[in-house]
Ligand binder design. Structure first.
Ligand SMILES: C[S@@+](CC[C@H](N)C(=O)[O-])C[C@H]1O[C@@H](n2cnc3c(N)ncnc32)[C@H](O)[C@@H]1O
Length: 401
């Protein structure tokens, strides 16, 4: 059976995450807009949905045909093979295809309703605003994965694959972790939990492994690593004692709210330290370092080019010193997943890029999309209106060094 994944706001990054948690032999999926069709024989939708930060829906493909053969009768037959509630509630999203093709399919939901009516069934078609795919929250609220149908039609060339969503991202749980925690640090920048989760997954932390976040801030990486990995030790440190205290408070809250378990405490350690001297606080070697790093001071938007250049120089210098300190701490092939910021104001742009320094420091870049996309285009995370764009970089400790 074929399956599908629908990615969130940053499809390339989500695909990289998906690639890293799939086995290395997983066949390359077919990309259709912000979705992917997969023929992974080991597919487990529930496990994937629980694990991934960048994927909002997963499901199974139940039928395939040519565009010419796609019609309401065919979809109704497919629905009838999977009977659910008597009153049929369905959503329908088309992925891929030309704008003209999409327009031609605009009548499909009403035709499905009509077709169902001729078969004596009442049906309700649910839509979202602005022609967007039905959100995971709406699919969950209407129980479309168990009682109704969230139809997903993927157009590739002259063919279509027709699927049904089986699992959606738990919007409430993600939102609680993002907005509900007692300490949020908008001043220093705070990783969105979904991005933290994607970074954790890009690090491929082995079972019983050790993970370090030496610029932990209020502890978003800790939260997602504790939930998504079987790491035995998660070490959080920051140069500011107040930030370490914030991460501790957030951990207490996660346990109070039963997001994490009381015994998760035993696998989380805290330290106050400059990242450059973090070795003093870590016993043995770590499997991975997952960290956002310092992004520079908050920007007002009118900083000059000279000011941006200075900020970027300072951050790059901190990274050079920090990577030198991380090298002896990492196991061979251990990964560093980090953020190199790029800035834009009304007067200029600047970006942190240490590519030229890596080999001297004993690191190599990893392309997390290896074999699926060898373009090496940067993995970017950016929200409209933000002055700082995050470039997610995956490094590996060079075994030769
Ligand atoms: C962008 S914030 C990290 C936010 C964090 N990812 C979160 O989600 O809350 C960067 C952090 O780096 C810390 N920092 C700055 N310079 C540092 C250094 N030399 N060593 C360790 N931490 C440092 C700051 O105190 C700040 O908490």
């Amino acid at each position: 059976m074929k399956h599908f994944a629908v990615f969130g706001t940053h499809p390339r990054l989500s695909l990289a995450e998906f690639r890293q948690i799939s086995g290395d032999s997983t066949p390359q999926p077919l990309l259709i807009g912000s979705a992917a069709l997969s023929e992974d024989p080991a597919w487990d939708g529930a496990v994937l949905m629980n694990r991934l930060g960048g994927t909002v829906k997963v499901g199974d493909i139940h039928d395939e045909c040519t565009l010419d053969d796609l019609n309401a009768g065919r979809i109704v037959k497919m629905i009838e093979r999977l009977p659910r509630e008597d009153r049929i509630v369905f959503g329908l999203t088309v992925y891929g295809g030309t704008p003209a093709g999409k327009r031609a399919m605009e009548r499909l939901p009403l035709e499905i309703k009509r077709e169902l009516k001729t078969r004596g069934k009442s049906a309700r078609w649910v839509t979202s605003e602005n022609d967007q795919p039905l959100s995971p929250a709406a699919v969950a609220k209407l129980n479309l994965t168990t009682e109704g149908y969230d139809l997903a039609i993927f157009v590739h060339g002259t063919n279509v694959s027709i699927g049904l969503t089986t699992h959606v991202q738990d919007a409430d749980a993600w939102s609680l972790r993002d907005y509900g925690r007692p300490v949020r640090d908008d001043e220093n920048g705070m990783l969105p939990p979904k991005l933290a989760r994607m970074m954790v997954n890009l690090a491929r932390i082995p079972e019983h492994g050790t993970l370090l976040d030496p610029f932990c801030g209020s502890g978003t990486v800790m939260m997602e690593a504790a939930l998504a990995t079987h790491a035995d030790m998660i070490v959080m440190s920051d140069i500011e004692a107040t930030q370490v205290e914030s991460a501790r408070r957030n951990l207490n809250w996660l346990i109070e709210r039963r997001v994490l378990r009381e015994d998760d405490r035993a696998r989380i350690a805290f330290a106050t330290s400059d990242a450059k001297t973090i070795a003093r606080h870590v016993n043995g070697k770590v499997d991975a370092i997952v960290t956002e790093g310092y992004l520079g001071p908050p920007l007002k938007g009118n900083e000059t080019q000279a000011k941006l250049d200075k900020i970027v120089d300072d951050i790059a210098s901190l990274w050079r010193d920090s990577l030198a300190a991380f090298h002896p701490l990492l196991k061979p092939n251990g990964r560093v997943v980090c953020v190199w910021p790029a800035m834009k104001t009304s007067h200029g742009t600047a970006r942190v890029d240490l590519t030229q320094d890596l080999s001297r420091l004993g690191f190599r870049t990893v392309n997390p999309l290896e074999r699926w996309d060898d373009s090496n285009a940067p993995l970017l995370y950016h929200r409209a209106g933000q002055r700082i764009m995050r470039r997610i970089v995956v490094l590996k400790r060079d075994t030769q060094s």
